[in-house]
Design a protein around this ligand. Structure first.
Ligand SMILES: Nc1nc2c(ncn2[C@@H]2O[C@H](COP(=O)(O)OP(=O)(O)OP(=O)(O)O)[C@@H](O)[C@H]2O)c(=O)[nH]1
Ligand SMILES: [Mg+2]
Length: 351
């Protein structure tokens, strides 16, 4: 077996996220800047293991194929890189991210810096981390109170579930969280959010199905201000990015939120189902054009082999990915960390 399947990476050892995972809870939140990519509440080791297990499908698609490709290879040459290129594209990394990776590896080969499969593996890992790192940003809630999050995306992407998980996460950090049932369209959508509110013991501002979404959200901002909430998470109805009238409705919601509170919404967060692969790029492009998406949450990375799409998205848009969803459990929302993610894919040894 290659040593790359056994050894421990120095970056993993030094990674703040990995270190934090070994610790007990450390301090309450709400002291100045809150940097959510440096989890204030320590994540238990078991959660990290579950994260890795949950990435299994993408890992199989990706790592196993790379390992098979390298198996028995003595020479790292252009022919091998050509095969790797095909593999990366088929793993949903997209043309742009793939080209950048292959170009970097080609230069390394020219400099005679890649002489064996282990070196190639390490260089690939590094290139993947480099692509994701610009998306690992701090979620700073200290500038606005309440910080209003508008959660958008297509039907079934995971918006409401993500709000449930995110509200649990934020509350656990000592934040005062309120939910707003802006999906007044789909039957039982209001009740679904209310159930999350009840589970997490959080207030939910809601009206009946059929009410005007913008006015529900206007009222919710008013209520969040009156109750001094730190964060308002606003759900919206799922919509296809190519339905103009539905995108117009979102623009109206954005305008109305700005009237309720200058600067709101402070985050326009697109919730993307990673399982849809390349179509995610189209969705992001359309939602971005219409509204100016400020951040992303990728969901369902557990149930898909198409998780490679995250690299395509990162390379093309470089938007913050604050969290990723890796399951339906309330704890299956993780602050996004580039090294942790890549090492969850490549079997680096910490497994
Ligand atoms: N496996 C897995 N399932 C998820 C994840 N996130 C959400 N789901 C599931 O995806 C399904 C749809 O989730 P919702 O939260 O209702 O999606 P939505 O975007 O609010 O859907 P609409 O309100 O219909 O637009 C539910 O069965 C969730 O449990 C995830 O990270 N992993
Ligand atoms: Mg929903």
């Amino acid at each position: 077996m290659f040593s790359f399947l056994k050894k421990k990476s120095p970056e993993v050892v030094n990674s703040p996220t990995t270190d934090t995972c070994e610790l007990e809870p450390i301090k309450p939140a709400l002291e100045g800047n809150i940097n959510l990519d440096e989890p204030v509440i320590a994540v238990k080791k078991s959660l990290l293991s579950r994260f890795r297990v949950n990435l299994t499908k993408t890992r199989h698609k990706f790592t196993d194929q790379v390992a098979n490709l390298l198996l028995g290879k003595k020479v790292i040459d252009q022919a091998l890189l050509d095969e790797l290129e095909t593999l990366l594209i088929s793993a949903d990394l997209g043309m742009e991210a793939t080209q950048i990776i292959i170009k970097g590896l080609t230069q390394n080969i020219a400099r005679k810096a890649l002489t064996n499969p282990d070196a190639l593996w390490d260089a690939l890992r590094r290139a993947l981390i480099d692509i994701l790192t610009p998306c690992q940003k701090r979620l700073d809630l200290s500038h606005s109170k309440p910080a209003v999050f508008l959660m958008i995306g297509i039907n079934g992407a995971g918006k409401t579930t993500t709000i449930g998980k995110l509200s649990h996460y934020l509350k656990a950090q000592g934040l005062n969280v309120m939910l707003a049932a802006g999906d007044t369209f789909r039957a039982a959508a209001v009740e679904q959010l209310q159930a999350w509110g009840a589970r997490n013991q959080l207030p939910v501002i809601a009206q009946q199905t059929g009410a005007d979404s913008a006015s529900v959200l206007f009222d919710a901002v008013t209520a969040a201000k009156a109750r001094h909430s730190d964060v308002l998470l606003a759900d919206t109805a799922g919509r296809l990015h190519n339905k103009d009238h539905l995108m117009e409705e979102l623009k109206k919601i954005k305008r109305v939120l700005g009237k309720a509170e200058p600067g709101a919404p402070h985050e326009i967060c697109l919730v993307l189902d990673a399982g849809i692969g390349q179509n995610g790029l189209v969705q992001l492009e359309k939602f971005h054009q219409a509204l100016g998406v400020t951040s992303l949450i990728l969901t369902k990375l557990d149930g898909t082999a198409k998780g490679g799409i995250i690299f395509a998205i990162a390379e093309k848009f470089k938007l913050p990915i604050y969290f990723i969803g890796v399951g339906e459990h309330v704890d299956d929302l993780r602050p996004f960390n580039a090294i942790e993610f890549v090492d969850g894919l490549l079997p680096l040894m910490t497994l």
